[in-house]
Design a protein around this ligand. Structure first.
Ligand code: FRU
Length: 441
């Protein structure tokens, strides 16, 4: 994979492609990219914990695993009585399972002990032999007295799922430090000039076309002081997010070699969070989540799911819908959802995310902290939100509907017709009225 000379405005760093300021300047809410408003669900399925970043147990080929009839997911969690803004400091990975893709149950914390002061997002592999690998971010130095913000990528092996007498996930787990930032392709914390530093969110991907095995992650590209990147604008240079990449030459989930980033966003955005790929119609769709407040000065974006597409895994990636914007929150509820994760189902792409702050339309998320604590608690969803339905075709995407909170369809489950489809059928004279209410559950 050769380093590319990047398009106009791209950073020219080691990445294979850049998300340019010209592209990001086109970010606008449109009918195709704004998700419906989210209301609190009638019942909170798992009231005992706050739940945010969530990932599903997947097989090597990327399909969501169904283990003896169970869908399985892992989430960052914290006790439900904690002030939501403090949850990142105590994040613990818990496992949840469902035998119908709608009703979920708490299988408890996955690890007795794990690396880092707390564990941040990752991904999970259900390997061909039935063993479970959990990739996660070890945040903070284990023995430091204060909270620290260094991050390492860890793989835990040894997990097994038992379904004989109800659902259980067991170790013993062995935790392997897989990747550290090298300071050249990937910024170390001591090189960081920004308010937020990232080296996290490992996501396992076996390329169905080539069989090659990759780990994607969120990182930052080092920009030395005095660099002429962004026309020498030091402030813009501080916004240096990238999608990091490592390769496993043998396919072993615990052996990785750092590669050049897949994409970077120097001068555009500081955090390209939870990168992941959906392989569809022979194309590679790369998705990330990002925040309104992590765009570089002079650019305006939203808390949103952004995406890129390439004909080959190694790129070049071009932004979807020209700007990269795929799904965002409505302007009157700009922080209702975050941390989106896309996966294929039939010929659609479904997107799950967590229900974040609702009944709040402040300028930035920081304003939440100025509300009384009781209001911060009341307005935090802290559970999985509705699942979005996306139509994805070439470089264009369109939100075409949603499923209920926590609805992750089972394998082979036929989705209800979308509203658009029902209207089409009604116009064509078919009797669709009876199934109208099935579009949302
Ligand atoms: C996104 C995120 C992840 C990180 C986690 C920590 O919601 O910033 O990148 O792993 O939150 O809570």
């Amino acid at each position: 994979m050769s380093e590319q000379s990047l398009g106009e405005g791209a950073s020219g760093f080691k990445a294979r492609a850049g998300w340019t300021r010209e592209q990001a300047a086109k970010i606008r809410r449109t009918d195709d990219t704004v998700a419906p408003i989210v209301y609190p669900p009638d019942d909170d399925q798992i009231p005992e914990v706050h739940i945010w970043d969530t990932w599903f147990l997947r097989e090597r080929d990327g399909t969501l695993a169904e283990v003896n009839g169970y869908r399985v997911c892992f989430s960052l969690t914290a006790p439900a009585d904690l002030l939501p803004g403090k949850r990142h400091d105590v994040a613990t990975i818990r496992c949840f399972y469902s035998d119908d893709g709608r009703n979920w149950h708490n299988a408890g914390p996955v690890f007795d002990e794990a690396l880092g002061q707390r564990q941040w997002a990752g991904s999970a592999l259900y390997d061909d032999d039935g063993s479970v690998y959990l990739f996660y971010t070890a945040a903070g130095e284990d023995d430091a007295e204060e909270l620290t913000y260094g991050q390492r990528i860890v793989g835990a092996s040894g997990g097994t799922i038992h379904t004989g007498d109800g659902f259980a996930i067991h170790g013993p787990w062995t935790h392997h430090e897989l990747l550290h930032p090298d300071g050249e392709r990937y910024e170390r914390e001591d090189q960081s000039r920004a308010m937020i530093y990232t080296f996290r969110d490992p996501w396992f991907f076996e390329d169905p076309a080539t069989g090659e095995t990759w780990l994607l992650f969120e990182a930052n590209s080092p920009v030395p002081e005095g660099s002429d990147a962004c026309g020498g604008d030091a402030e813009q240079q501080g916004f240096n997010g990238s999608v990091g990449l490592a390769h496993s030459p043998t396919g072993d989930p615990l052996e990785w070699e750092l590669q050049d980033p897949l994409i970077d966003a120097v001068g555009v955005n500081q955090e390209l969070e939870r990168p992941h790929i959906v392989y569809k119609d022979g194309l590679y769709y790369l998705f990330i989540s990002s925040h309104l407040h992590t765009f570089a000065p002079g650019l305006e974006g939203y808390d949103a799911l952004y995406g890129f597409v390439a004909e080959e895994f190694s790129g070049d990636y071009v932004p979807l819908n020209e700007s990269g914007l795929v799904a965002t929150n409505p302007a009157n509820a700009p922080f209702q959802s975050y941390s989106w994760m896309a996966f294929p189902h039939d010929d659609e792409v479904l997107v799950q995310s967590f229900f974040n702050y609702f009944d709040f339309a402040g300028e930035t998320l920081d304003e939440i902290a100025h509300l009384p604590e009781s209001e911060q608690m009341r307005r935090f969803g802290g559970s999985l939100g509705p699942t979005l339905r996306l139509d994805v075709e070439g470089t264009k995407t369109k939100i075409i509907g949603k499923l209920g909170h926590w609805h992750i369809p089972m394998r082979g489950e036929t989705l209800p017709p979308t509203e658009r489809e029902l209207i089409r059928r009604a116009r064509a004279g078919e009797d669709a009225a009876s199934s109208y209410h099935a579009t949302e559950n």
